[in-house]
Design a protein around this ligand. Structure first.
Ligand SMILES: [Zn+2]
Length: 402
């Protein structure tokens, strides 16, 4: 299937070119009052047939012959170069596209197209600095095509050149109406986190604020702001920001809870933490909140209450592998004197079940992981991963009539 996918691209390009070429040749033949030569067309169709039959080598042979016969054809060179690149013969692709660019009589569009393809060749060959300078030239030129902007951003993302990536977003916004604020907010967060790690708090604060201004709904900016505020010594305001984030972004609770719990612990106020967790569990009944409450109760030796909490949840149909493992742990303690207790076996089984469940998943491509990344390793989308923090709801038992 994949084979077909890549085949479709050159085929589409070729058939488009073929149609344009036929029109052009037809027009030229009429102008010169010459009969249209069937030679190239039949050769072309032969090449296309080879491509469709997955005979790439023969297709390439045909196109090479065509290039030799009609060396002026820019489009054939571009298609042939692309074919080589897709087949992994990047050196040949680079040579073909470089030769094209060296021609003095190219139109502006042809030169830009050849440059774009050359940049893609360099990227494929791993020559990122060369690809960067090619895409940079196109972007500086104000090319009205999104691809070079996107590819240049990809390079800067790989190189963690966030400031440059922001600059590319700004330039891209001049040529189209695509909203890139979420992307720019994440780039500012990357910069802010770097500054925070180096203790440059004023600059970190500026990036956090810019990120918040660009994307108010972006939880990462809020998290960064809370961290910077805390680093500046204002724990109270930091906690306030985090608690607001917990209410506004319940899907991020597994990420937000640890720093909030730490905050309460710093203030040495377990009673306030318990109140807050209980009211959060009521408003946002999620496994992560119940687990945090179980932890707190266990730390205080209130195992019976922790057990009751789980049992109450079970009555409401709320179950998750992790909560059940903790429940088995609470029971194991109680029956520890009983050598025949099956609970340790159950605990082990539940722990294994829990391990098979990923902790986070990308909402865009479905990529699963154990740890949250702001950029999905699968589809490279930003802010698309979310913790899996839902109950595996129990189905209500149906009563069957005899
Ligand atoms: Zn993804």
């Amino acid at each position: 299937m994949l084979h077909y996918l890549w085949l479709l691209l050159p085929v589409a390009a070729l058939s488009g070119w073929l149609a344009a070429r036929a029109r052009y040749r037809g027009r030229r033949a009429t102008e010169r009052k010459e009969p249209r030569s069937p030679f190239l067309s039949s050769r072309y169709i032969r090449g296309l047939n080879y491509l469709l039959n997955e005979q790439q080598d023969k297709a390439i042979e045909v196109f090479i012959e065509m290039v030799e016969v009609d060396s002026e054809t820019v489009e054939t060179h571009i298609v042939l170069g692309n074919l080589f690149r897709r087949r992994g013969e990047v050196d040949r692709a680079i040579r073909i596209h470089q030769n094209l660019i060296a021609r003095p009589n190219l139109s502006l569009d042809q030169r830009r197209q050849a440059l774009l393809e050359l940049g893609k060749d360099y990227m494929r060959a791993g020559l990122l600095d060369r690809a960067e300078s090619v895409f940079h030239e196109l972007v500086e030129d104000g090319i009205r095509q999104e691809e070079p902007y996107r590819l240049l951003r990809e390079i800067y993302e790989q190189e963690k050149e966030w400031q440059r990536a922001i600059e590319v977003c700004r330039q891209q916004q001049k040529i189209g109406d695509r909203d890139l604020s979420l992307l720019m907010a994440h780039y500012h967060c990357e910069l802010g986190e770097q500054e925070l790690a180096q203790g440059a708090l004023a600059s970190a604060m500026e990036h956090a604020r810019t990120a918040r201004g660009l994307c108010a709904a972006c939880v990462r900016g809020l998290l960064l702001l809370a961290e910077v505020v805390r680093a500046r010594g204002d724990s109270g305001r930091s906690m306030k920001l985090l608690r607001t984030a917990a209410v506004e972004h319940p899907d991020m609770l597994p990420v937000l809870l640890p720093p909030i719990i730490e905050g309460f612990q710093r203030e040495n106020d377990p009673a306030a933490l318990e109140d807050w967790l209980r009211s959060l569990l009521e408003a946002r009944p999620r496994p992560s909140v119940m687990l945090a409450l179980i932890n707190l109760l266990e730390q205080q030796g209130r195992r019976q209450e922790a057990r009751a909490l789980v049992e109450e949840g079970l009555e409401q149909g709320r179950m998750s592998a992790e909560v059940m493992r903790r429940y088995a742990g609470l029971l194991a303690e109680e029956y520890s004197r009983d050598d025949t207790s099956p609970i340790p076996v159950l605990s082990t089984a539940l722990a294994r079940l829990e391990e098979t469940r990923p902790a986070v998943q990308c909402r865009q491509c479905g990529f699963q992981a154990t740890k949250l990344s702001w950029q999905c390793p699968g589809c490279h989308g930003w802010d698309t991963m979310r913790p899996l923090d839902e109950w595996q709801n129990l189905k209500e038992s149906e009563s069957h009539e005899p």
